[in-house]
Design a protein around this ligand. Structure first.
Ligand code: ADP
Ligand code: ZN
Length: 612
């Protein structure tokens, strides 16, 4: 299908350098932009921090007309518009935080062509006034951010996303559509393509690895979690961090403990007033309170780039959510830690939430059950992450369908912390049992057969005559189930979706039958608490005293302009200034993150500080 050229990559490159101060696109950005440049729809699947926003911000600078960005994240709109304004880009947003007369002004300005970019919520697209505006506006490109919200299979389904395709269909000329998400499962991908009505879309899949993040998993009794968190915050007093808790009550307790320990911490959960949430978020973003304790209500759309650690006080319900939340650490590319604390109570809580199924009124009973089944599967993969003794990074990447080396050298398992149990023997027995049962049963039946359980059900099914009956008679049901989950997480087995998930042989089944096959997991009950991890070494090959002065200058300029410090410059830009020590404007422009507008605004102040 021949398509019109929308913009050139040369122009895009130019906009990247002049406005954002970056020398080159990342490979995934280049891939997505090349397709958009030719007028092709794009489905971009890129992890948090990979640079999705430039995929529509750069076209907005090179295209005539207005780029519309649909996003459910009201707080992100304000942050992005602020950051864009700091870089000299004309952008606006329309959402319910504006008064009706403010909204009128934004629409008026948009009509007059004052913006290159306009952020809107999906609900806005159904508003008659907005539809009338859109019908007459030149809209060459629509970007749908957080595109997985259209899918009932993801963790953040938003019914309003189902109206986006109709909105696009009703426009006089169909714009090019870019759908962006950090959620990669094939099911969600298919939903996005279909429900957003993407046409012959180019799929950009960027690597999910975040090499600067280190991962660790620690099984810890609930009453020890608090002390561990306080200790971490205390030993990293200069660092900004987020602590996620599964309930408001835990959030309050952790927050309280940090305050008692003298830390500048703040909190965020749905039980606080709107005003307090906004104020606490502001305090966190501006580093007035660098430690945030929050439920998962916090973080969507926060792109604070200098978060140095994310600690989970509880295990989340799926790896998608975990990786998204943990991924809020280290967006500036500098080393950062992702620490998961968990115990069996967390698993029970997750199960409870799944069976309770809040929301989703649009679904009928069968659909609800299908959603629950999918959530149960996702939970199993999360539990597998907690149990595995193999590389944590590899576990995550393989879950998202990516190849990964067996060891990363930057996670608690690769670094050899904690004990391992050899479960090769048990794993082989499970593989044989699944083979013998021909994938017809779930984990519970498999465990019963292997334990040689004499229950009525097993006898009724005639399974007491299996060859593997009683092959693991001394083992607990919990251990057999955990090893089954681990085998599934590593694709030796597959656990089906549906109301009664069945265990089948997986794509890597043959490897499990080979001589060299070995499987390790963490002991189900830890023998003793380990001592805390050593702090990550902070890079010291630059002038840290100058760095602190630049940081203070950044904070002053940011406060004057009423924007967060990272909107002025990222930590990585300050560090580059300390290393390169630019002496004049031309050298200052060489710093990654310095574009023409930032040079003009801040160049002199920073040059003076660097060269007193
Ligand atoms: P996402 O929306 O995918 O989570 P962002 O768009 O917020 O990610 O980008 C993450 C960080 O990476 C930001 O600090 C951004 O400035 C930086 N970044 C994006 N593209 C580039 C690039 N081509 N070169 C250098 N840094 C980049
Ligand atoms: Zn590893």
């Amino acid at each position: 299908m021949p398509m019109a050229q929308l913009f050139t990559m040369h122009g895009a490159q130019d906009a990247l350098a002049r406005t954002f101060g970056y020398p080159r696109f990342r490979p995934a950005q280049e891939d997505a932009l090349s397709a958009l440049a030719c007028g092709q729809d794009v489905l971009a699947i890129m992890p948090t921090g990979a640079g999705k926003s430039l995929c529509y911000q750069v076209p907005a600078l090179t295209l005539p007309g207005l780029v519309l960005v649909v996003s459910p994240l009201v707080s992100l709109m304000k942050d992005q518009v602020e950051a864009l304004s700091a870089a000299g880009v004309a952008a606006g947003y329309l959402n319910s935080t504006l008064t009706p007369s403010q909204q009128d002004i934004v629409l008026e300005r948009a009509r007059a062509g004052a913006y290159d970019l306009l952020y809107v919520t999906p609900e806005r697209l159904q508003d008659a006034r907005f539809e009338a505006f859109a019908a007459n506006a030149p809209l060459p490109l629509i970007a749908v951010d957080e595109a997985h919200c259209v899918s009932q299979w993801g963790q953040d389904f938003r019914p309003s996303y189902l109206g986006i395709a109709d909105f696009i269909g009703a426009l006089p000329a169909r714009p090019v559509v870019a759908a962006l998400t950090a959620t990669a499962t094939p099911r969600v991908q298919a939903d996005i393509t279909e429900l957003l009505g993407l046409e012959d879309a180019h799929v950009t899949l960027s690597g999910f690895d975040r090499p600067n993040l280190s991962f660790s998993v620690t099984r810890l009794p609930t009453k020890e979690k608090l002390a561990r968190i306080v200790e971490h915050a205390r030993t990293h007093p200069q660092d900004s961090g987020i602590i996620y808790c599964s309930t408001r009550k835990d959030t309050e307790a952790v927050h309280e403990a940090l305050l008692t320990a003298g830390m500048a911490a703040t909190r965020y959960h749905a039980g606080l007033s709107r005003a307090e949430r906004a104020e606490n978020q502001r305090a966190f973003i501006t580093d007035d309170a660098p430690v945030m304790v929050a439920t998962n209500a916090f973080g969507m759309g926060i792109d604070k780039s200098n978060v140095r650690y994310v600690i989970h006080h509880n295990m989340p319900g799926c790896l998608e959510a975990y990786y998204q939340e943990a991924g809020r650490a280290g967006r500036d590319g500098e080393p950062a830690e992702c620490i998961l604390l968990w115990n069996d109570a967390d698993i029970s809580t997750c199960r409870f939430f799944i069976e309770q199924d809040a929301g989703n009124e649009r679904l009928d009973e069968a659909e609800k059950e299908a959603v629950r089944a999918a959530q149960r599967r996702m939970l199993e993969a999360m539990v597998g992450y907690c149990h595995t003794a193999d590389c944590l990074r590899a576990h995550i990447l393989r879950y998202f369908g990516e190849d990964a080396p067996d060891e990363c050298g930057n996670c608690s398992n690769c670094l050899g912390e904690g004990q391992k149990t050899d479960v090769t023997f048990q794993a082989r027995a499970i593989m044989r049992c699944v083979h013998e049962l021909r994938g017809r049963f779930g984990k519970g039946v498999i465990a019963s057969v292997l334990r040689g359980s004499g229950t009525k059900r097993i006898a009724e099914l005639g399974l007491d005559s299996c060859r593997t009956f009683g092959a693991l008679s001394g083992e607990s049901e919990a251990l057999i189930k955990a090893v089954t989950e681990l085998l599934a997480a590593q694709e030796f087995l597959t656990i089906t979706e549906g109301s009664y998930p069945k265990v089948e042989l997986g794509p890597r089944m043959r490897e499990a039958a080979e001589d060299g096959f070995q499987l390790f997991m963490k002991p189900l009950t830890p023998k003793r608490a380990r001592k805390a991890r050593a702090a990550t070494p902070v890079p010291t090959d630059y002038d840290t005293e100058l760095f602190e002065r630049l940081r203070a200058l950044r904070k002053r300029l940011a406060d004057e302009a009423a924007v967060p410090p990272y909107v002025v410059f990222a930590d990585s830009a300050l560090r580059a200034m300390c290393i390169q020590r630019p002496a004049d404007e031309a050298a200052f422009l060489e710093i990654p993150g310095v574009g023409e507008v930032k040079l003009q605004r801040y160049g002199q102040a920073f040059l003076k500080e660097i060269n007193p």
